[in-house]
Design a protein around this ligand. Structure first.
Ligand code: FAD
Length: 535
């Protein structure tokens, strides 16, 4: 196999699969897509939507990145990321969210002229195969197949009614609506199977002769010669190899691994690189800094009757029944996304747009154990996660050594601003009002988590830090911007090194409202336009 290509794309995740597709559309352009993980076809749990709970505990298919200790208990949590074709889109919760037009207008207002809503809407329309058909705002025949999670569960219908009682609108497609709203989730699921970025963008073009996919190959460093990225150093089967790019190296390794690769290659702030023993090549004061992540607050309720999925997911017998139903009909709890309902609401009526999101599922979990998958309670329960859409708190990601195997220092930076703490308290109080509406009075026995004893602001914040989780939506670690010290420019080119771009969740300087997979795929589609224009 040759080791020279026009483009090297590092990481076959949500962004990498899209770019591999777009850049090889011209048969004259050669692309090497390098992925540290294995084929997504090796693990049958990937394609089964509710297989994801078990999947998250499998180190063959996911990375587990430990954070530094945080919160009142100084606990460590493990940030999960996909390590297989499709990246995190192969292990995620499959809720399809686009973010709001204002999110992209914010990017533009920050000086990122290429990323306004009029740039992004066409990208979303190009990628979507929407179950409601094409329209001015939806795509009809794109590669990304979507479906809706609605399956007539009485309990969930009543949660929607509860939202209506709160003054929120019931909507059939939460992406094609604004304001306070609730409805069944749109999901990256096709005919009962997960539809990852690999399913949408990579597998259909696997036979293009100008595309090479290297699996089980970990990129350790970017090779830079005279200020230009010329290739990458990789580790395969315990040996070091090099690949070379005639045009560009494009980092799509995600918001944790991309800043790590930049820093390992000497692109970063002096103090971090000195402490890790890496010689600085390019001063990048913001590499790894400016990270934002959703802190997810978990509320759980005991149900008055044995409804929901617990009895079907908690015991071996129940799981067998659910799998048999799934195999026969591609239906039932195993065919559902992580959360069936999605709602967006305002914590204060005077806000211009929602600042909070909930996701609701008719099952409940045992307390999470580090490095293990999701485990289900036996008694009937309901889970509602809630988070602030656009946190202002910032964390950071730093290498701790020049060795690629060494752990990162991940500083989550959760709830460090007054705004984020107050909003979190308001969100929890609002969710409690939702579950106390008359639509749900016959369903809810009591709150099991965090529990009614958690009442004042400090107790609520502590509970969020102690028993909540990461949203798996970290961004901002190689953020775009027009200033000289922004890591990438508005066309996503790394400042200080030519021939090097970043296209993944790292480049977002501010949070897109809600879940990230859709926005990252659409941004990669848009980045494809920019890269092809610049070629
Ligand atoms: C558990 C979980 C649940 C989520 N739920 C949802 C959801 O329901 N809805 C939603 O919209 N979003 C969800 N997300 C978020 C969303 O999936 C991610 O934000 C998005 O997939 C990120 O895309 P990316 O391209 O930036 O990175 P990724 O998709 O993570 O891709 C990075 C790829 O790079 C590879 N890689 C990393 N380091 C190297 C290296 N050194 N060499 C070679 N390859 C490397 C990785 O193995 C991976 O394949 C979830 C994420 C997780 C982890």
């Amino acid at each position: 196999m040759t080791n020279r290509f026009d483009y090297l794309v590092v990481g076959a995740g949500s962004a990498g699969c899209v770019l591999a597709n777009r850049l090889t559309a011209d048969p004259e352009t050669s692309v090497l897509l390098v992925e540290a993980g294995d084929s997504d076809r090796n693990n049958p749990l990937i394609s089964i939507p509710r297989g994801f709970g078990e999947l998250l505990g499998d180190p063959e298919s996911v990375w587990h990145y430990p954070t530094r200790p945080f919160g009142p208990n100084q606990q460590i949590e493990y940030w999960v990321r996909g390590k297989t074709l499709g990246g995190s889109s192969s292990v995620n919760g499959m809720v399809y969210n686009r973010g709001e037009p204002d999110d992209y207008e914010t990017l533009r207002a920050l000086g990122n002229d290429e990323w306004g809503w009029e740039d992004m809407l066409p990208a979303f329309r190009s990628i979507e195969a929407h179950p409601f058909g094409p329209s001015a705002t939806r795509g009809g025949d794109g590669p990304l197949h979507l479906s809706t999670a609605g399956r007539g569960e009485r309990l969930l219908e009543d949660v929607v009614e509860a939202g209506v009682e709160m003054g929120w609108r019931r909507v059939p497609d939460h992406n094609d609506a604004e304001g306070e709203r609730i409805g069944f989730a749109m999901a990256t699921i096709r005919d009962g199977r997960r539809w990852s970025a690999a399913d949408a963008f990579l597998h259909p073009i696997a036979d293009r002769p100008n595309l090479t996919v290297a699996l089980g190959v970990r990129v350790d460093r970017i090779l830079v010669d005279d200020g230009r990225a010329i290739g990458v150093e990789v580790r395969r089967d315990g040996k070091t190899e090099e690949f070379f790019a005639a045009r560009e190296v494009i980092l799509c390794a995600g918001a944790l691994a991309t800043p790590k690769l930049l820093q390992l290659s000497g692109i970063g702030d002096r103090a971090t690189l000195d402490a890790a023993g890496v010689r600085q090549m390019v001063d990048g004061p913001k590499v790894g800094a400016g990270m934002r992540e959703h802190r997810v607050f978990t509320l759980q309720y005991r149900l008055t009757e044995d409804a929901g999925y617990n009895r079907l997911l908690a015991t071996a017998e129940g799981r067998q029944q659910s799998m048999a139903r799934y195999e026969a009909q591609r239906d039932g709890p195993m065919a559902a996304p992580s959360f069936d309902l999605v709602g967006f609401f305002k914590t204060r009526p005077e806000l211009k747009r929602p600042d909070a999101q909930i996701q609701v599922a008719p099952f409940s979990m045992l307390p999470p154990q580090p490095g293990r998958g999701i485990e289900i309670e036996r008694d009937p329960g309901l889970l509602c996660i809630a988070y602030m859409l656009r946190p202002t708190s910032k964390g950071a990601v730093r290498i701790t050594s020049s060795e690629p195997e060494a752990d990162l220092d991940i500083e989550p930076g959760y709830l460090t601003t007054d705004h984020d703490r107050q909003t979190t308290v308001d969100i929890v109080r609002c969710v409690r009002r939702l579950f106390a509406t008359s639509a749900l009075e016959n369903w809810i026995e009591h709150e099991t988590a965090p529990g009614v004893e958690v009442q004042n602001s400090q107790e609520i914040i502590d509970a969020g830090l102690r028993t909540g989780s990461a949203g798996y939506h970290a961004i901002g670690t190689a953020a775009m911007g027009p200033e000289d010290d922004d890591v990438v420019d508005t066309r996503l080119r790394v400042r200080g090194v030519s021939g090097l771009r970043v296209v993944d969740a790292s480049v977002l300087p501010t949070m897109v409202s809600g879940n990230l997979n859709g926005p990252i795929m659409a941004m990669a589609w848009r980045a494809g336009d920019l890269i092809l224009d610049d070629a």
